[in-house]
Every structure is written in C-alpha cells, then in structure tokens.
Design a protein around this ligand. Structure first.
Ligand SMILES: Cc1ncc(C[n+]2csc(CCOP(=O)(O)OP(=O)(O)O)c2C)c(N)n1
Ligand SMILES: [Mg+2]
Length: 372
C-alpha cells in the first residue's frame, strides 16, 4: 500500500493483504470471537434502544472499529490500566469487564459498572482498572498520571489509552505526549483515526493527515496501521508492548478505521451529508470481521459449525445481559453525598471538604525531586 492515510486507503479499494503467518491459532480465534461478540453486542443495543427508550444515555457505537479493542483484549493484562474516550464499549469489553455490567449501566441501574449514574461515555469499572471519560483527551491526561505513578512505584503494569483522532486537537493531548516522552512513561497511546470528529472531516480540522509525524517529533516512537486488518493491528501493538517492556515507553499507534453508524446514538446521521455514501460502502466492503473470516475459513481454522456455536453462545450472553439490566433496580439516591462512590479514599474526601486556600503555606520546603 502507498503511504498509509485516509486518501490512499480509499484509493486501495478492496483489502486483500491480511496474512496469518506467524500468529498462533488460538490468538486468531480469540480475535475473531471478540470482534463478533462486540459487533453483536453493539447491534443488539442499537436494535433495542428504540422504541423501548429504556436506555436514557447518549451512546456512541463502535461498529466497524472492532479490530482495535479485539487486539487490546488479547494483549492487556489484568493489572494493566485501560483508559477510553466516549466510544467506550469495545474498550470496556477489552478489559474483560462483564457485558451485563455494561448493559445495566446503560439502563441506569445500580448493578451497572458505575452504579448506573455514568452511562456510556463515562463508563468506568475500577475493579478491572477501566476508566472512560466524555471530555475529549481528558482520560489521556489521567492515563499519563497513572503511567507516572506506575513508574515511580516500579510497577510492571502498562497503561493503554484509546481515543479518536479528534482528541489530538486538544491542547492537553500534546502536553500528555510531551510529558510521557520526557519521562519515558510506560504507556501506549492508541489513536483510532476514523477520519471524523462528529460531522467534520479531518482535513477541515487539521492541515494534513499526519498525526503520527507530529507525535514522533516529540521523540515518541510511532506506527501507523490499517485498523481493519486485525492481524496487522495485533502484530503492531504486540511489538509496541514488547518495545515498551524492554526499552521503556511511550509508544503511539495510529490505526486507520471507520465508524459505520452515526456519530452518536442508534440514529443514522448521514442526512447531514457530511460524508459520502461511496466512502461508507468502501469501508463496509472492508469489514474487519469479514476480512479475517474469509482468511480463516479458507485455511479451515474455523468451520461453519464453530461459527454458529459461537454465535449461539454470544446471543445467550446478550439475552442474559438484557435480562440482568432490566431486572435490576435503579440506584437509591436521596442524598447527594451518596453520589460519592469513592471507597478507597473516604478520608481524602472528608478532608477535601475542610480544605481552604488559607491552609496552603507558601513557605513550605519544596518536595524532594522524584527519583526518576
Ligand atoms: C473537550 C471536549 N470538546 C468537545 C466535545 C464534544 N465531542 C464529543 S465527541 C467529539 C468528536 C470526537 O472525535 P474523535 O476524537 O475523532 O472520536 P470519534 O467520535 O471519531 O470516535 C466531540 C467534538 C467533548 N466531549 N469534549
Ligand atoms: Mg474520529
């Protein structure tokens, strides 16, 4: 392929370069399964959203972009941290958070990942080290803070931060990149470049389609990858993780992909005519699931029987997740204090109430320089 960017990807037409060489069969099957599970999960939420109208929060679906969370799911460890932007469902499942906790959260129920008060965009589950945030690039800055803490504590845990190309238009993104580079923090930045920020194409917002070049000028190692080839994404992110483990971080991956649905909600927003239907068709013809499925059916890695058993299992999980969400109670919040969900720092929460600017002593000695 020519230099990887959105213009050249459209010129390429049908993608036929997926190679299964040197990838373990169990890994291939798990990537396939994850993408299928995420696709059916999103599709079922889309189908159920209206006319039932029981989910009240805005939802940004990730249909078409399944390959990146599938790879993260395969490579991330239990103690690693994953930070996500608003398009959070794929990342949530990638961190092995239960599907039923996602559904209950969307229904605003107390059994949801965030007790039913965060919804889709701010979905978090501290017990599995997963945090999403609606403020563009906000979670990236927090992720850098966690990577700094890990480094100071000599922890081996990595931090993953997933976001869209629109996040790179926020000042704090560049501060985060600069600081992570300066302190060689163990963090992997994964930018899903799907060309659009709501209804604006990248080239109406940025001079060029060259985010990776800009990031590498900060001394950060970068890779671009065709984000609908899950095997290429796997090889790229796997190599980056090894690199971070052996020579320190950070690393930045730009995965070119495309969202099939509207920016937000199950509704289609193509009436606004901000993107061409031809473009959408080209990307749909390069569906990340189909690209892999064709290759693994050809090589007889999976059979039709495997596929239909897998689909049955996923549908059962989805039905159980809907039932769990619908049967759960709404949170009982009769007092604003109950909204403080922090169980780890009750003392800090109490102290914060007391703190007054007058408590700060401008003459106190400087803190010792951190040893890194
Ligand atoms: C600081 C801030 N500014 C604006 C918004 C509104 N907003 C929500 S999503 C979005 C587009 C984000 O595009 P991108 O980062 O490329 O992610 P994508 O939606 O394409 O996955 C914008 C502008 C916001 N959430 N936060
Ligand atoms: Mg985008």
């Amino acid at each position: 392929m020519l230099d990887l960017n959105h213009e050249n990807i459209l010129k390429m037409g049908e993608y036929s370069s997926l190679s299964l060489d040197n990838v373990n069969i169990d890994v291939i099957k798990s990537l396939y399964k994850f993408m299928y599970r995420l696709r059916l999960c999103e599709q079922s939420l889309i189908d159920e959203y209206h006319p039932a109208d029981e989910m009240k929060c805005p939802v940004h679906f990730c249909v078409g972009q399944e390959a990146i969370p599938a790879v993260i799911s395969n490579l991330i460890s239990k103690d690693d941290y994953l930070f996500s932007h608003h398009r959070s469902h794929g990342y949530f499942l990638a961190k092995k958070a239960p599907m039923k906790s996602l559904f209950a959260e969307l229904y605003g129920k107390e059994t949801g990942a965030s007790g039913g008060i965060a919804g889709s965009m701010d979905l978090s589950m501290p017990s599995v080290n997963f945090y999403a945030g609606a403020i563009l690039s906000g979670a990236i800055a927090i992720a850098v803070g966690v990577a700094l803490s890990n480094k100071l504590n000599k922890s081996k845990n990595l931090v993953f931060a997933g976001f869209g190309e629109g996040a790179t238009e926020e000042g704090i993104f560049w501060e985060a990149i600069n600081y992570a580079s300066l302190k060689k923090l163990p963090i992997i930045f994964i930018c899903e470049n799907n060309k659009y920020s709501t209804y604006s194409t990248q080239l109406k917002r940025q001079l060029d389609d060259n985010i990776s070049d800009k990031v590498s000028s900060f001394g950060v190692r970068t890779n671009k990858v065709y984000g609908n080839d899950v095997i290429s994404v796997f090889k790229t992110i796997n190599a980056a993780i090894r690199d971070i483990r052996y020579s320190g971080g950070p690393h930045f991956i730009e995965a070119y992909t495309y969202r099939w649905n509207g920016h937000v909600g199950p509704e289609n927003d193509d009436l606004i005519e901000y993107r061409s239907m031809k473009e959408l068709e080209i990307w749909k013809s390069n569906d990340p699931i189909n690209i892999l499925e064709k290759a693994i059916m050809n090589k007889k890695i999976i059979s039709e029987e495997f596929k239909s058993k897998m689909i049955d299992e996923i549908k059962l999980e989805i039905n159980n997740s809907f039932k769990f969400a619908k049967d759960s109670n709404f949170p009982d919040i009769d007092n604003i204090e109950k909204l403080n969900l922090s169980t780890e720092s009750p003392l800090a929460d109490l102290l914060l109430k007391e703190i007054d600017n007058n408590d700060f002593d401008a003459n106190q000695p400087d803190a010792k320089l951190a040893p890194f």
